[in-house]
Design a protein around this ligand. Structure first.
Ligand code: ZN
Length: 246
């Protein structure tokens, strides 16, 4: 029997690529185009894209209903994402859709909503090396990765990262300047799975890195819904005969 493909929507704010020549050079068609092109080469995955400036930010009810896993990159325009769409994405995650939050998406409305904390962190842009340690080699998200991998240049994100304790922490990063960071965090909310993954500063070609894309591909497979079900808690008649009240 043919297994159904995992339907991914790669969402991007898509602003830096238009306004910043250095970013445009790395991602002429946007970060979303590079991520979606990679995912579309993977067996069992089909990826489309959506961006902030589309009507309803490209996340209509129809699109979300047809999305198994949503990936999210945003940075300078988090506040422009409408609360109505945030509500809609949250509802869909609770019903079972997977959500992968990339890099500066840590401050997106949807991630903060689902975490319930500030999601603040320490940061610095200084072209430094990052070493990502794989602390859960048996986890589906780290499948095929070694003990660690490195990115020659990344923005430093450091602790304390104000998130709830992850259900499973799969990567811890070290930065050349001395900080550490919980860079791969798995959560469940309702029926949905959420993965936060730190790499992806827009001025470095991070989404061309083989290891980074392996992690994102693995995360898509891990976060794919096992069930899509509305969260309902009805008033219920008893299953057994209850004694009459005295
Ligand atoms: Zn950044």
């Amino acid at each position: 029997m043919l297994k159904k493909k995992i339907r991914v929507t790669v969402w991007n704010e898509f602003r830096h690529e238009k306004s910043d020549a250095a970013v445009k050079k790395i991602y002429p068609d946007g970060i979303h185009a590079v991520i979606a092109a990679h995912l579309n080469k993977q067996e069992g995955i089909i990826a489309g894209t959506a961006v902030l400036d589309q009507p309803e930010h490209g996340l209509t009810r129809e699109t979300l209903t047809g999305t198994d896993v949503l990936t999210w990159w945003g940075h300078i325009a988090h506040s422009e994402v409408s609360d109505e769409i945030v509500n809609r994405v949250q509802e869909r995650v609770l019903e079972g859709m997977g959500l992968i939050i990339l890099h500066s998406g840590h401050h997106s409305k949807i991630f903060k909503r689902l975490m319930g904390t500030t999601c603040n962190l320490r940061w610095r842009e200084a072209n430094e090396k990052e070493r990502l340690w794989n602390v859960e080699p048996g986890h589906p998200v780290t499948d095929g990765l070694g003990d660690y991998f490195e990115l020659p240049h990344e923005e430093m994100y450091g602790e304390r990262f104000d998130i709830p304790n992850p259900d499973k922490l799969v990567f811890i990063s070290w930065f050349e300047g001395g900080e550490v960071f919980r860079s791969g965090c798995c959560y469940e909310r309702g029926h949905g799975r959420i993965f936060y993954f730190q790499p992806g500063h827009e001025t470095y070609p991070i989404y061309y890195d083989t290891n980074v894309m392996q992690v994102i591909t693995n995360a898509v497979r891990w976060a794919a819904p096992r069930i899509i079900k509305k969260i309902e808690t009805p008033n219920s008649p008893p299953i057994e005969n209850l004694p009459s009240p005295a």
